[in-house]
Design a protein around this ligand. Structure first.
Ligand code: BGC
Length: 384
């Protein structure tokens, strides 16, 4: 059971003393889980949505790996609904969770829940999406999100032939018409992805190789609330009507996530592009992505989508489990980044994992050989 020792009750001096001893949970209190058997401890795992398969994979991987370590797991999905996620976390706390692993829908909306967690001495691990505006988040596990954006920008450039896959300019001058999409602005990752990509594309926009014909280059203009496929499809339709009704064609689209990519591709195909990247007279533009979702991996294999960024959710889950064990055993998890992720109140110690760009040629070596997807799943475009 968690102690209910609040900082206010303890007094600041004692709290400082305890923090200095290490083994602190949220709020820096002593933590009695170290002497407990894992099978007596429950970990609440709060995931944002089941509409994207990556979060289903994350939830399953975290649950099974925690269960392998003998912990009890309360896994909840919040249907991309902010109040639902708040209620689910409140309930986990009320029911005596010993630690929380949270992938937030809106990274700024969980302050009261996390205060309750801190008051109950429950450590909180922010999973993939940084929870903002609270001191009550103890650790962050994710990928290098800025590098994801750089990789997406590079994949767009390489797909257009402006650079090679390492980002080295080929001398191809275009000009190429491109459009930019970003993720959900309430997700801290969205800006990291967009900034990484934009910094990579900017020199080529500045020298006229790339032209954002709509002129919509700010993240606010490019954003896609809740990362929704339909929202992206609608915006792509509007861009085509608004900026390409004079017969000019779009050659490339920066997309931050495979679901958004599929919405973009549908809009383009409905407008007469494609059906794939080599069809004449109007091939699909180069469209990037993220997450290696199976439907998109099939599209890449079929030459429809150009690339995705693979983030191995199995390794992220393993990192979340390692950090959970450290907290529950009374230790601090090992961080490999203590500078980048300022949540508005503090810099949250982080463990960031590497990413990989996947083009058609990489599907076998990166996704199939590693057991992430089978060849059969890739051919069908469906898991299982
Ligand atoms: C994740 C991405 C994912 C996106 C939409 C982000 O927070 O880092 O991997 O594509 O959410 O689910």
């Amino acid at each position: 059971m968690n102690k209910k020792l609040g900082l206010t009750a303890l007094g600041a001096a004692l709290a400082v003393g305890l923090t200095a001893c290490g083994g602190s949970g949220a709020g820096g209190n002593s933590n009695d889980t170290a002497s407990s058997d894992p099978s007596d401890l429950t970990i609440g795992v709060s995931m944002p949505t089941q509409t994207s398969e990556r979060w289903i994979a994350d939830g399953n991987a975290v649950k099974s790996q925690l269960e392998d370590a003998k912990y009890k797991v309360d896994l909840q999905y919040a249907n991309d609904d902010i109040p639902t996620q708040g209620q689910q976390i409140d309930q986990m706390i009320t029911e005596g969770a010993d630690l929380l692993v949270v992938a937030a829908i809106d990274g700024t909306a969980l302050s009261s829940q996390l205060q309750a967690a801190a008051d109950a001495d429950i450590p909180v691990i922010s999973y993939d999406r940084l929870i903002r505006d609270t001191e009550n988040v103890d650790f962050y596990v994710s990928f290098d999100n800025y590098k994801v954006g750089v990789a997406q920008g590079t994949a767009l450039l390489a797909g257009l032939g402006v650079t090679d896959k390492d980002g080295k300019p080929t001398g191809t001058k275009g000009p190429f018409n491109i459009e930019l999409f970003a993720g959900s602005l309430d997700d801290n990752n969205a800006a990291f992805f967009f900034n990484g990509a934009f910094d990579t594309l900017k020199p080529f926009i500045d020298d006229g190789t790339l032209v954002v014909k709509s002129g919509q280059t700010s993240i606010e203009q490019a954003a896609t609330l809740r990362w929704a496929q339909e929202t992206a499809q609608k915006r792509m339709e509007d861009l085509l009507t608004g900026s390409y009704n004079d017969g000019t064609k779009v050659n490339g689209v920066l997309s931050p996530y495979d679901g958004i990519s599929r919405g973009i591709i549908t809009a383009l195909q409905n407008a007469g592009y494609g059906p794939n990247l080599t069809s004449t007279p109007t091939p699909l533009p180069v469209v990037t992505g993220q997450d290696a979702e199976i439907a998109s991996v099939k599209l890449i294999n079929d030459g429809v989508q150009s690339s995705t960024i693979f983030k191995d959710t199995r390794t992220l889950a393993a990192q979340a489990v390692t950090a959970s064990e450290a907290f529950l055993e009374g230790n601090e998890p090992e961080a490999n980044d203590t500078k980048t992720y300022d949540n508005g109140v503090k810099v949250v110690p982080s463990y960031l994992l590497p990413i990989e760009t996947v083009y058609k040629d990489d599907i076998q070596s990166v996704l199939i050989d590693s057991g992430y997807w089978t060849a059969d799943e890739v051919a069908k475009g469906q898991a299982g």
